[in-house]
Every structure is written in C-alpha cells, then in structure tokens.
Design a protein around this ligand. Structure first.
Ligand SMILES: Cc1cc2nc3c(=O)[nH]c(=O)nc-3n(C[C@H](O)[C@H](O)[C@H](O)COP(=O)(O)O)c2cc1C
Length: 454
C-alpha cells in the first residue's frame, strides 16, 4: 500500500511526530511510505507551483494519507494551516476526495482535541474518508503500552483501507449565506472612560465585511489600529524553544513581533478581528499567534478585556469558538463577546452595545470566573512546568513561582488535616451514619453564612 505522510511540523525531519510514523513504517515494512514535509517547505510550496503539483501527485497516487502534526496553540502550525489554504486556493480539493485518511498528533495534551477536530473537519470538507486519530503525548513512543496502541491503530488503518470500510462524516459542510455588511453612520462615539482600546486585525480591506466592521468599530471607539498584515514578520515559529529559558525569541528584534506584542499589552481593551478561512482564522493570524510563544506558557493579557470581530459562520464552528474562549482564559483575560457578520442588519446596533460592554467591564475590572477550559488547561501547564518541562521552560518556572501558580492541593495543609480528622471519624460507625445523614445539608452551611453575614 502507498501511504503519504503530510508532516505538519516546522522542524521537518527533526520532528517528534515523524518518529511515530517512522515507527509504524518499521513495524509494517510491506507498505511504502512517502514523507512530505509540507509545513517545513511552505515557502517552496507557495512559490513553486511544480513542487506543489508534485505533492498533489503523491497524494493522488496514494492509498492512504496520514496527517501527522504537532499541536501549536490549540491547532496546527501556521505553515500547515497555510498548506491547507493552498489546497483550496489552487482548486486541488479533488486530489483528496475519497482518500482514506487518519491523523497522528503529538502534544502535551493541551487542547489536542481542538486541533484534531480542526483536521477532521478539513478532511470532511475535502470529502476524505476519515478513519481515526491517534493523539500521543510527545514522549509516549518511549512507553511499551503506547507503542502497542500505536501498532494497533496503524493495523486498523491499513485493514480499513483494505476492506474499503464505510466512514461517517462528522462535520457537516458550512452553509455560506452571509450578506454584505453595510456600516451605518456613527451618531456618537462610545465614551472610553479612560480605557485604552486597540483593534488588532489582519484585514482593513474595505471591499470585505471584516474591513468595514473594523473601520466602523475604530471610528466608534477611537481605538488604535494594528494591522498584522502590514507589520514585518520574518517567519513562523520554528519550534526551537530557545525562548524557554528567558522568553527571548530566536528572531529577536529582527522583526516586529516582540515589539507589537509589548505594545498590545499596554492597552486595557483588545479587540481581535479577522475572517474565518476554512475552519479557523487566516494562516497570517495563526503565524502571529504562534509567534506569541516567546511568552511560552505565561498569560499574555492578565486583567484585560478581550473582544472579537469575526466575519464568517462562527455559529457553525463551535471548535473555533472554544479555541477563542480557551486562549482568552489561559491569557488571564475576560472574553466580553464575539460579534460576527452573521447578525447582518443588527451588527451596527450590536457594535455599540459591544463597545459599551468592553468599556464598562474594563472600568469595573470584571473577570468572569473561568470555565473548565481555563481551569483544566492551567492544571496541565502547572504540572508540566513544575515537572518534566521545567528545565526547558525556566522562564515559566520563575513566573509560576512568583505568581503562585503552583497551587498543588497537597500543599494545602489545613485541608489535609481536616480530611485526616474526618476520615478517621468516619471509621466510627455511629459518626459515619450521622455524617452521611447530614452531608447534603452541611454542604450549604458556608453559603448560608455568606447570605447571613455579607
Ligand atoms: C509554539 C508551540 C506551541 C505549542 N502548542 C501546544 C499546544 O497548544 N498544545 C499542546 O499540547 N502542545 C503544544 N506544543 C507542544 C508540541 O505540540 C509538542 O512538543 C510536539 O510533540 C512537537 O512535535 P514536533 O517535534 O513534531 O514538531 C507547542 C509547542 C510549541 C513550540
């Protein structure tokens, strides 16, 4: 069988993910593997049509395609995203149609599910036959049990292709029906009450809905505008992790990224704007976001108010909404709202309420309690930075110590003592019986005290 591997790591042959596929290749020598380092070779794919054509030829002549990629900020790397955009821009979707496919991702399991959903939805949009995914922790290959899972996964993939199994479509096609957004005149600007507002966008194109939304919001709020398409970005994150020790990116001051991030961090209210391209924002946006990784696992926008202006069908794309909510929570900020052009005629009025909310929340320093996304995500970072990643991410370790992010339950000695006493008491049958009878009512004792005293 001919298997094509679309490698999504910017590290090319040095990719951790690629080693999982090489292991599969070693265990199944009867199949022929072709490795295409599409993320590493993105510039060549963009500039050399013949090279892009060769990649498409390999896919076309294959029996199965493996999307092999590392996680990059809840998704795939910006170069991989760009490769996906090129498939549509160059009308090459048919090359992928009906191909059997699967994905293999490596990560630290921080929002691996959103990246996997993204790739799965892209496969569905391309009309591929998606069999399964394998999401490995980056070091799983060193573990016997995980290796045997990987072998089973691969065996099932090959057998499914042989048997030509029926696959189900998980993600329905997006129904595109958004009309043209017509901005209305602004009667009065929104008072910013001393709050500094910035809009960060990848498009100011006035022929597009997003450009017009940005422009009207800018006029409405007198916000400063940063256009990430006009700034100097030398390239995508290379995954070198040189930033881990002291948060200095290997690009240094050779481009605008660090300076622009520092500038954005000086505002109280940050509104990000962009159009949905396939199932995420543009690859340019993704590059800008990936490059924020010089701050590694430290929150970028603590205490800030965040809003989004989005052009596109966000209501049909829950995965993207989850990613936006997650990154806001992980950044220690508050997601005030997401205004999309799906609202058509109502956008103008909504924009005023949206702007007012941003200001109001900022004045009151309101941070909505975080959800599982931020709370669960932070526990992964906390444990990994304290443990296996500490040596590489020393900057994070210093930050987590200073900002008391190491809130391990075993350090809560009062709680441990109460547990020890209560657990001993429950060994006495009559006490255990009384506690069991009162457990429900006793849960609200502290809340009743608050109602009485506060
Ligand atoms: C910039 C950057 C962003 C990352 N984002 C995530 C992430 O969102 N979730 C996660 O679990 N791992 C994340 N990782 C970890 C990588 O996915 C992981 O190390 C992966 O195994 C690297 O594979 P590769 O060597 O094939 O590129 C990130 C790493 C880098 C450098």
């Amino acid at each position: 069988m001919k298997i094509v591997v679309l490698n999504g790591s910017p590290k090319g042959d040095d990719s951790v993910t690629l080693h999982y596929i090489k292991y599969i290749e070693k265990k199944f020598p009867q199949h022929v593997f072709t490795y295409l380092n599409v993320a590493h070779s993105i510039k060549k794919l963009e500039n050399d049509l013949a090279f892009f054509g060769n990649v498409m030829e390999s896919v076309k002549s294959s029996d199965g395609v493996i999307w092999a990629f590392p996680l990059y900020v809840c998704l795939v790397h910006s170069n991989y995203k760009r490769f996906i955009e090129l498939i549509w821009e160059r009308g090459a979707q048919d090359v992928f149609r009906d191909k059997y496919t699967a994905s293999v991702a490596t990560s630290i399991h921080f929002f691996d599910h959103t990246a996997l959903s993204y790739i799965h939805s892209i496969c569905d949009d391309l009309g591929m036959r998606y069999i399964d995914f394998f999401s490995a922790h980056m070091n799983d290959l060193t573990k016997e049990t995980e290796r045997s899972s990987l072998i089973f996964f691969a065996e099932n993939f090959f057998e499914s292709i042989n048997k030509k199994i029926k696959t189900l479509r998980t993600y329905m096609p997006i129904e595109y029906n958004i009309g043209e957004y017509i901005p209305t005149e602004i009667k009065a600007t929104v008072e910013n009450k001393g709050q500094k507002i910035v809009i960060v966008t990848d498009s100011v194109d006035q022929t597009k809905n997003i450009g017009r939304m940005v422009e009207r919001f800018r006029k409405l709020t007198q916000a400063e505008l940063i256009n990430i398409s006009a700034i100097d970005i030398k390239g995508g994150c290379t995954g070198c992790i040189k930033c881990g020790f002291d948060n200095q990116c290997m690009y240094g001051k050779s481009d605008d990224i660090q300076m622009i991030y520092e500038k954005i961090r000086g505002f109280d209210i940050i509104v990000f704007a962009g159009a949905i391209k396939d199932r995420y924002l543009s690859a340019r946006w993704k590059m800008f976001i990936d490059r924020s990784f010089f701050r590694t696992h430290q929150p970028l926008y603590t205490g800030k108010q965040i809003g989004y202006l989005i052009s596109g069908h966000l209501s049909q794309n829950h995965n993207l909404r989850e990613i936006l909510q997650t990154t806001t929570e992980m950044d220690g900020a508050n997601l005030v709202g997401i205004l999309t052009d799906e609202y058509e005629n109502e956008i103008n009025e909504m924009m005023e309420d949206f702007a007012q909310n941003l200001v109001q929340f900022s004045v009151r320093h309101y941070i909505r309690p975080h959800t599982f996304l931020g709370i669960g995500g932070m526990k992964i970072f906390r444990d990994d930075i304290w443990g296996p990643l500490r040596f590489v991410f020393q900057g994070d370790h210093r930050y987590y110590k200073k900002h008391r992010f190491y809130d391990f339950p075993q350090k809560k000695y009062g709680m441990r003592m109460v547990n020890a006493i209560l657990m001993t008491l429950t060994k006495i049958p009559p006490v255990k019986k009384t506690i069991r009878q009162n457990i429900k009512s006793s849960m609200t004792i502290p809340h009743k005290n608050v109602l009485k005293n506060k």
